[in-house]
Design a protein around this ligand. Structure first.
Ligand SMILES: *[C@@H]1O[C@H](CO)[C@@H](O)[C@H](O)[C@H]1NC(C)=O
Ligand SMILES: *[C@@H]1O[C@H](CO)[C@@H](O)[C@H](O)[C@H]1NC(C)=O
Length: 406
């Protein structure tokens, strides 16, 4: 297996083009003129970075599929302004962190936060970062990212001048590993204990949105609970799910989402590209050429493995025709970044290949694997894949939900 080292001085996109030419992969905007002209991807990326700070940020080989709405661009700029005002060690941040000490807040703070707790494999992490970011955008919160042990080098800093990483001295970091469904500040547990009252708002709440979450945890997707959560300055979120499809079923977000994403099937395509994280940062690690990730199975918290996996997802996204396996978050990321509708291979059942063995998916959107099936208004179960035309069940998982354009 041939290997190829590359360092900060080497332009990542050159490497990708080189690999693309070897393997016959093609891309639709591969001459340099095109991407200098539109290196901000139609406004998705913020201007004002030093190009060299993260080479891959501006070096997108493949153009965007369609244009983001002007409204989305304006909301992103507004978000950036909020992030600058509220980011780590700003006056507002320092003040809001102080409230964590007392447990309850004195006055309504200027800045509120969603903290994304590092969790699960790389494919999931990219999908959950997109989900947490959209949630932050919809609720006027600032997203801060727990770097965990291996996230810092994988993603570019999205906002000029101010970090999106949670500072190492954030007071709750040492407790992240012990947050679970039994924690007193877990939203679901608070609901079970009838501890959710509007008179006493806690300074922080833990949101357990992991695949094993229960009926109370799932009430996160109800407007009534959002009205309570809105008052809480620090929301600590752990998830391994692309939960965006269920946000589209919430009346309180529905109108704003319609304006942000007139084309429903490109939510992840626009949120994922870059925009807020673009391709592997170049750290001089050795990346093998033939198949970067040869590990065979997913390993979490291993940085080099993650860098290889990232490189591979990125390479996959450059293909013209993509065939992915069912339930693969790895495939979802590649299809979303590449703007591709893949052919999906069904899982064999009873050791026989299904007939037909594969089909083309309805949209490039990832599948939400563990959605709630609850009608918040009627307070009973419902088929959430049959309520609106743009949220449907997935091709590769009959109970999953995905966004489709209709
Ligand atoms: C916020 O606190 C940090 C130390 O915790 C300090 O270095 C920084 O100057 C403070 N920021 C402002 C704007 O006062
Ligand atoms: C699985 O295959 C075996 C052998 O062909 C058959 O006897 C069995 O009924 C199949 N099971 C199901 C659930 O289809």
């Amino acid at each position: 297996m041939a290997s190829l080292g590359f360092s900060r001085g080497f332009q990542f996109w050159h490497l990708v083009l080189f690999l693309a030419s070897i393997f016959g992969l093609t891309s639709d905007a591969s001459d340099s003129g095109d991407f200098i002209k539109d290196k901000l991807l139609g406004g998705l990326l913020a201007a004002g970075f030093d190009d060299k700070s993260c080479l891959s940020r501006y070096h997108s080989v493949k153009g965007l599929s369609g244009n983001p709405s002007p409204y989305l661009i304006s909301r992103l700029r507004k978000y950036e302004a909020l992030h600058k005002k509220c980011g780590p060690y700003t006056e507002s941040y320092n003040k809001t962190v102080k409230d964590l000490g007392s447990g309850h807040l004195s006055e309504s703070p200027d800045c509120k936060y969603v903290v994304w707790i590092s969790f699960s494999g790389l494919g999931n992490r990219i999908l959950t970062l997109a989900s947490a970011f959209l949630y932050a955008l919809l609720t006027n919160r600032v997203l801060l990212v727990d770097p965990g042990v291996d996230t810092v080098d994988l993603f570019c800093e999205p906002i000029p001048d101010v970090s999106w990483f949670l500072p190492p001295d954030f007071p709750l970091t040492s407790q992240f590993h012990s947050f679970n469904q039994k924690s007193d500040h877990c939203h679901g547990k608070m609901l079970k204990n009838k501890a959710v009252t509007n008179s006493k708002v806690p300074s922080s709440v833990y949101l357990h949105l992991v695949h094993d979450y229960d009926d109370e945890d799932k009430l996160f997707f109800c407007d009534e609970e959002q009205r309570f959560l809105q008052k809480v300055p620090w929301l600590m979120m752990r998830t391994d799910n692309y939960f965006i499809p269920s946000l589209f079923l919430m009346p309180s977000f529905d109108q704003e989402l319609g304006k942000l994403f007139p084309n429903k099937e490109k939510v992840f395509h626009f949120l994922g590209r870059d925009m807020y994280w673009e391709y592997p940062t170049v750290t001089g690690e050795v990346i093998s050429v033939s198949q970067p990730s040869h590990e065979g199975h997913q390993q979490t918290e291993k940085q080099i493995h993650n860098q290889k996996a990232w490189a591979e997802m990125y390479l996959l996204s450059l293909t013209d025709v993509l065939v992915t396996s069912s339930w693969s978050t790895f495939g979802y990321v590649a299809q979303g970044l590449g703007g591709l509708k893949p052919w999906i291979l069904y899982k064999p059942e009873n050791e026989t290949a299904p007939d037909p063995p594969c089909r083309r998916v309805k949209s490039m959107e990832p599948c939400f694997h563990a959605p709630p099936f609850y009608d918040c208004k009627a307070k009973r179960g419902t088929d959430t894949g049959a309520l609106v035309p743009h949220v449907r069940h997935c091709e590769d998982m009959s109970w999953g939900l995905k966004l489709v354009d209709n």
